[in-house]
Design a protein around this ligand. Sequence first.
Ligand code: GTP
Ligand code: MG
Length: 395
Amino acid sequence: MELLVFVVLVLVVTVVTTVALVASRGRAGRALPPVPPSAPRPVETTPTATDAALPADAPILPATTESVQTAPPVAAPAALDVPEPTAGRIGRLRARLARSQSTLGRGLFTLLSRDVLDEDTWEEVEDTLLQADMGVRATSELVERLRTRVRVEGTRSPGELRTLLREELVTAIGADTDRSLKTLPHPDGRPSVILVVGVNGTGKTTTCGKLARVLVADGRSVVLGAADTFRAAAADQLQTWGERVGAETVRGPEAGDPASVAFEAVKRGIEAKVDTVLIDTAGRLHTKTGLMDELGKVKRVVEKHGPVDETLLVLDATTGQNGVVQARVFTEAVDVTGIVLTKLDGTAKGGIVISVQRELGIPVKLIGLGEGPDDLAPFEPEAFADALLGDEAAL
Ligand SMILES: Nc1nc2c(ncn2[C@@H]2O[C@H](COP(=O)(O)OP(=O)(O)OP(=O)(O)O)[C@@H](O)[C@H]2O)c(=O)[nH]1
Ligand SMILES: [Mg+2]
């Protein structure tokens, strides 16, 4: 009996202790300090039409959704690049023309410095010009002019010879040609519109980016239009250039309609009251429509807002005469107003500046002298001739 009472007592004590412990745990749980406000919370995602925070490799909207997005620059103004001023850029970048200088400039100078200028020498002069891609017509004209002047003016000092060569090169390049870019807004406030065209890989996107910098350096405001919808990376590439100088990029869905992106870009430019809208286009297409038809459409659609002010054809100087042949196809499809000759830093064939203008009848307005952001220069014949001939002292 005593044993039974003892067992019951033990059981009662065990149950009471367990209940007390559980109760005290519950109270301790409620007494935990609240989660500090700074604790991380799950991110709420609200889709927006203009999502500036999209990472560069974010998926582009599916092709069925024909919406066009504007991507304002992400960087704060303080982080923006300050592009180099454009005045005198060829002079600053003249070392980039070293290859053309040694073959064309110095080559000519050395030949014409000979004591006797016989037929063989003149043939060598002609070969030098042809090898530098000056083209047959421009070469024979230049040789003719040089022969006449040398005959009439007689022997000369190295300084005089340099002056003569400089004058003749500048004449061949065309000193009086209008090379200005129409980048100023119209009197009604509509921005100037520049269309950039050319075959793939020539440097169109890079040129748009560099040109945006040139304009920003000159105090203008710019909107970029990513009308190359052929591949997603093209719009990212353009947007990155824009962000560096605070220019907004209007982009569309991958494989979307390039004309509608171009149209929206100009619309955005009008709304934002910028000075210039720069439209990058594709150099190839994966549809059956020809590239030229597509470019014609882009131009027509953009012109619903008003005429396109400049259509710049980008040509790779290293492709020589082949590039000139390709260029002609573009000039027949769209009204090209200026040539941008890129990659002149990588070639000894600087004479292409002269042949391309002659064959197409369109002025070279800008030249690309490297891959750096400020390696695009307004084309100035005198500075170019100086760069080709090098310093007088070094001749
Ligand atoms: N050395 C040198 N490279 C250049 C110059 N301009 C452009 N490039 C390079 O050429 C390559 C092609 O340039 P992009 O601007 O992408 O050419 P794209 O015409 O837009 O090409 P797609 O979009 O494929 O049609 C890049 O590696 C550029 O850095 C230049 O003046 N000099
Ligand atoms: Mg491109």
